[in-house]
Design a protein. Structure first.
Length: 190
């Protein structure tokens, strides 16, 4: 293989990943491979040459988001204040959800959609459990708030859709503030 062919192959791969990332973020993981090929100006065979399975393409397209989620959780684990640690993770989760419908599907959708990220999902769930327990022990959470309550809050954030009146990002931000106020000890109604 010539140097030019290798450079072209790398360029094609990068273009496919960038287009798939944008398409999955905007429209979810159901974007057909032929549409990604059309958007990149490449043939479907070229897509499959680089990514033999749909899982390979999804993994490559969402890898940066997943890496960012890992970094967010590591930073939260290192945060000294339990409420700041937990609320920051929830805020970062919401920010990721606002940017990528595909990430939502990979994390909360069908098992097949999330298969490439099963280990990450389990590690994140375990880390979240530790953050919730830390916040509960420090009495930073409203009395009675459980890990399941926090998970339901995350699912609520992930389920937000845009409407004609409100963008998805604005709706997520409004819901986020309401949920955090409801989780925090000393919030209204306690």
């Amino acid at each position: 293989m010539s140097r030019k062919a290798r450079v072209d192959a790398l360029s094609n791969r990068q273009a496919i990943v960038a287009v798939a990332r944008d398409a999955f973020a905007r429209d979810g993981l159901d974007v057909p491979t032929r549409e990604i090929a059309r958007l990149t100006g490449l043939g479907v065979a070229t897509i499959y040459r680089h990514f033999p399975t749909r899982t390979d393409l999804v993994s490559a397209a969402l890898a940066e988001h997943v890496t960012a989620c890992r970094a967010d959780m590591r930073a939260a684990q290192a945060e000294a204040d339990p409420w700041t640690a937990l609320s920051t993770v929830i805020r970062r989760f919401a920010a990721h959800q606002a940017r990528s419908v595909g990430l939502v599907q990979a994390l909360f959708g069908t098992p097949a959609a999330g298969d490439p990220f099963g280990d990450d999902r389990r590690a994140q769930a375990s880390a979240l459990e530790r953050l919730v327990e830390r916040a509960r022990s420090a009495q930073a959470l409203r009395a009675g708030v459980s890990l399941q309550d926090v998970r339901v809050a995350l699912m609520a954030i992930a389920s937000v859709r845009a409407s004609r009146e409100v963008s998805r990002e604005a709706a997520i931000e409004k819901l986020l503030e309401t949920l955090l106020a409801g989780l925090k000890a000393g919030g209204s109604g306690e």
